[in-house]
Design a protein. Sequence first.
Length: 312
Amino acid sequence: MVRETVTVTSAIAPLWLRRVFWANLVAQVAIVITGGIVRVTGSGLGCPTWPECVDGSITPTSAQTEAWHKYVEFGNRTLTGVLMILAIAAVIGAFVWRRRSGISRPWVLTLAAVPLLGTIAQAILGGITVLVDLHPMAVAGHLLLSMAVIAACVALVQFAAEPVDPPGTPVTRTTTRVLGNALIAVTSVIVIMGTVVTGSGPHAGDAATVRLDLDPRLVSWLHADVVLLFIGLLIGMLALLYVDDVPRAARTRALWVVAFAILQATIGYVQYFTSLPWVLVTLHLLGACLVWVGVWRLRLSLTERTIASRQG
């Protein structure tokens, strides 16, 4: 019994490393929010060159004509540096733990590299976005890449707190897990359609930024229709979780998704009927990140990854 306890404990990442992984997740969400602020305030070209802010200077200068927009954009770029530091810490920390413990956790080691690779890719894509004058498709790619990295960070946090890597053992019926997959898929569609809504509307950038040639009202209502599908799937998920004998964590995480979805829907309708104030648009972006994190955490809770599941 003692030997098994030691094995389980040592197979879980140490607290300091899990905190580093959590910091990466929080920072990746934060960069989405600051990037959104850049966009909704029309500050995307506050630093008109890349990698410099302005020709001859990495930082904003008093000679720039971009007023306060240069500080908004430069702040977002600075946060990218923080992300890089945290991402490097995650990779180094994962390898230090592997060396000290002698335990092989391929999933943790692989996922620990995603924030670093994603941040590098984001920096490159950010430069391309500036060079194409904030074209909505480039900006959308920026957000979608962030969402992919956030999903990887959620999995990293989850697996690091467990003693074994996937696949593990299901703790729910197949239908429930299929609904979990469907929630992730539909949330992905909602996020993609959200970028289309933004790219068609007033917050696609500054006055000179190209907009998508689509009716903002039409794409907004199509976006809302997919949200209704999401709500239906979520209700079905809740029903199955409360009918079956499932771990408490799964039900708790499902309720968090419900809370985030209600908040997100409320903000979405209020911003639509109040002419899209930039503060609400930013909060809506935060809500999207919370729902995205929530559905991934919910899906991961539907499978048990323990020493017993691996032995079974």
